[in-house]
Each structure stands twice: as structure tokens, then as C-alpha cells.
Design a protein around this ligand. Structure first.
Ligand code: G6D
Length: 360
């Protein structure tokens, strides 16, 4: 089998006129990943189905401008704090920081000029079994209101079995908070909607939210007996239209599940997504305590993907591995606080067991 490779080509310019590169990783066995230096975006992830037909299982947009204008964080690495911080307010060691509000009075995905809008530095390489691209970003003290200079690295690695891993590290020179995740929109059929996909989430509980998607006070809710019970594979179309107040409020799923073994920080399976007839299957493994499942409830056909196809409601599902929303203000949640001298580390893997690779 050919060895994995990493190659780059130009991908136009960012909205502020900086050059953007596209890095293409090839597994040597039919899987490829394309990653942009703009937003550290996972632009395409080509995966063969059981008959060998290769399609991208993530939604890509035509240009850096299109990613910027779309506003849905397509494929990007979101940060400094993925998901919401209530009222854009954060108190660390007695000092309160005000963050820009960009979602119904709250701060979402690091603010309006979060990491998804930056051009990252890239370095890449390959070996016998892997090809990788490492994206680095220095977020200055005060960036989007957050304290501390934060040095962030995201390494996308594609191995010969076709597994794509995302390894994140961050260090700071002042106490701050960090929550990094990839915001890819998955569709394992390579087009159409995901209503016929099945989704399993390895989580006994989830976080019910208020009308602005901030977790309600109190303990997580058990999934048993609710539309959120995905402990065995469920057809998404049967759940996104469920007569459940939480599902109705969001127009589908837009919730964080509390993963089994959330506290231990070890790499374990979080979710399994399958296209109709299991023609492509993806497992998500992570060290993070939570996974936000977002069924692209806001899409309405106005946006087009990189192939010019309109993106309709539920055209994809985001599986965002992360710390819990508003954790900076919830001492009972796993802590997202990072202090000088320590490194925040996390890892998420996208595995494709139908290709015959390892899954355990
Ligand atoms: C996130 O949870 C949020 C959604 O509410 C938002 O609309 C989306 O990103 C773009 O997953």
C-alpha cells in the first residue's frame, strides 16, 4: 500500500487578505483529509463507502470568504472557548472579564473573531504510517476579552487505517480558560440530509438548556425514557422531530451530552454515526467530557457547499467534543481553567470501522 503523504496548495486569501493554504493528507488507502490554514478548517474528509466510492463526509465551502460569511463555524477549530459563556462574563481568581456577546446575549465559540477567523501557521510531515499537519496560533492577552497570551496547537494526523485524529495543546502566561473543538458538519452519505443516519451517543445524561442554549441549573438530566436516549443507535429523523420540549426549543438537537467516564480524561468512544444501510460508519473517540450534538437546525437552503449544492436543514450533524457549556461559571462541571506552567491537552479521533481498521 502507498505511504501516507502531506502536500499543500494555495487556497486563495482570507477576508483580511492573508494567503491561505490547503494541506491535503492522504492515507495511502483511499482516505484523504484537506485542512485549511484559515480557521484550521477541516475542508474535506474523503472516505470510501463499503463499495469503494469516495465522498467527503464533511461539508466544505468554496472559499475562505464563504467560510467567513456563512457564520456557522463550518469545519473550524473553535476557541478560545467552544460553546457558550453565559452573559459573556468570566471570573478568575477574583477578576471579572467581559467578553463580546455574539449569541443571544452570550459569548459563543470564542466570540465574533474567535480562532475560526484566524490564519494559522502550518508545519507538516509524514512517516511510514501517518501524515500530519500541525497548526499553531498565538492568541494575545485580551484577545476577544480573554486573559493571558495563549499558544495553541492543533495537529491533524491521518493514519494508514484512515483514522483522522485531532490533538490539541494550549499553554498560557496567565490564568485563563480553554475549550477547543472541531466544528465539522458530518454527512456520511456525502450529500442530502442526515435524517436517515443513525446516531449512537455513549452518554447516560445530557444538559437541558434554556431558550438561549445555556444549561439549566442543577444536575445533568438522565437520558433514559427521553428523546436524548441514544445509548443504542437511533434514526436521527425520528428524534429531531420528537415531541420533547428541549428538542422543539432547539429545532432538533443542539445539546451537550455528558459522556460515560467523563471525569477520567481517557480516550474512549463518544459516538457512532452511520449512513443509511451502514454504507459508511464513523466512530468519534475523545478524551473530552462532553459532546455537543448539533443537527444543523439553522440551515435553510440559502448556503451552498463547495460543489454548489444548497445546504438544507439537517444537511449534516456536528459532533463537537468539548468541555461543558458555561463551565467557567459552573464549579460543578469539569474545569476548563488553564494556569501558567501547565498544558491543556485533548484528543479526538474520527475512525471508520467499515474500512476494516482498528476500533478498540
Ligand atoms: C454550535 O451550539 C451551537 C449552535 O447553537 C450554533 O448555531 C452552531 O454552533 C453554529 O454548535
Amino acid at each position: 500500500m502507498p505511504r501516507p503523504t502531506a502536500q499543500q496548495r494555495p487556497f486563495g486569501t482570507s477576508p483580511s487578505g492573508e494567503d491561505v493554504a490547503l494541506w491535503r493528507l492522504e492515507s495511502g488507502g483511499g482516505v484523504h483529509a484537506e485542512i485549511l490554514t484559515y480557521g484550521a478548517v477541516l475542508h474535506s474528509l474523503g472516505v470510501p463507502d463499503t463499495a469503494g466510492d469516495v465522498r467527503s463526509v464533511v461539508v466544505g465551502l468554496p472559499s475562505a470568504d464563504a467560510y467567513d460569511k456563512a457564520g456557522g463555524y463550518f469545519g473550524a477549530v473553535v476557541g478560545r472557548y467552544a460553546n457558550r459563556i453565559a452573559d459573556g462574563r468570566l471570573t478568575l481568581d477574583g477578576t471579572t472579564y467581559e467578553l463580546p456577546l455574539n449569541d443571544r446575549g452570550h459569548t459563543l465559540h470564542g466570540g465574533p473573531e474567535g480562532f475560526h477567523t484566524k490564519v494559522w501557521e502550518a508545519a507538516a510531515g509524514s512517516g511510514d504510517d501517518t501524515a500530519w499537519v500541525r497548526l499553531s496560533l498565538r492568541s494575545p492577552d485580551g484577545d476577544m476579552g480573554f486573559p493571558g497570551t495563549l499558544d495553541v496547537r492543533v495537529t491533524y494526523t491521518l493514519d494508514a487505517a484512515g483514522t483522522l485524529s485531532c490533538a490539541y495543546t494550549a499553554t498560557t502566561d496567565q490564568p485563563t480558560v480553554v475549550n477547543l473543538c472541531n466544528h465539522a458538519y458530518f454527512n456520511l452519505a456525502g450529500g442530502g440530509d442526515v435524517l436517515g443516519h443513525t446516531l449512537q451517543v455513549d452518554a447516560p445524561a445530557y444538559l437541558p438548556v434554556d431558550s438561549a442554549s445555556i444549561p439549566l441549573a442543577g444536575a445533568p438530566a438522565g437520558v433514559a425514557g427521553t428523546a436524548f436516549d441514544l445509548t443504542s443507535p437511533r434514526v436521527l429523523g425520528e428524534r429531531v422531530g420528537a415531541a420533547d420540549e428541549q428538542v422543539r426549543g432547539a429545532g432538533g438537537f443542539d445539546h451537550c451530552w455528558v459522556l460515560a467516564g467523563a471525569a477520567d480524561g481517557g480516550l474512549r468512544r463518544a459516538a457512532r454515526l452511520a449512513a443509511p444501510r451502514e454504507s459508511r460508519v464513523m466512530e468519534v473517540w475523545t478524551t473530552e467530557p462532553g459532546i455537543q450534538v448539533f443537527t444543523a437546525n439553522h440551515l435553510d437552503g440559502a448556503l451552498e457547499d463547495a460543489a454548489g449544492r444548497p445546504l438544507e436543514r439537517h444537511a449534516a450533524v456536528c459532533l463537537e467534543t468539548q468541555h461543558f457549556p458555561d463551565a467557567p461559571n459552573r464549579p460543578e462541571y469539569p474545569s476548563p481553567v488553564l494556569r501558567p506552567g501547565t498544558t491543556a491537552e485533548s484528543r479526538t479521533e474520527f475512525r471508520f470501522p467499515h474500512l476494516g481498521g482498528a476500533t478498540g
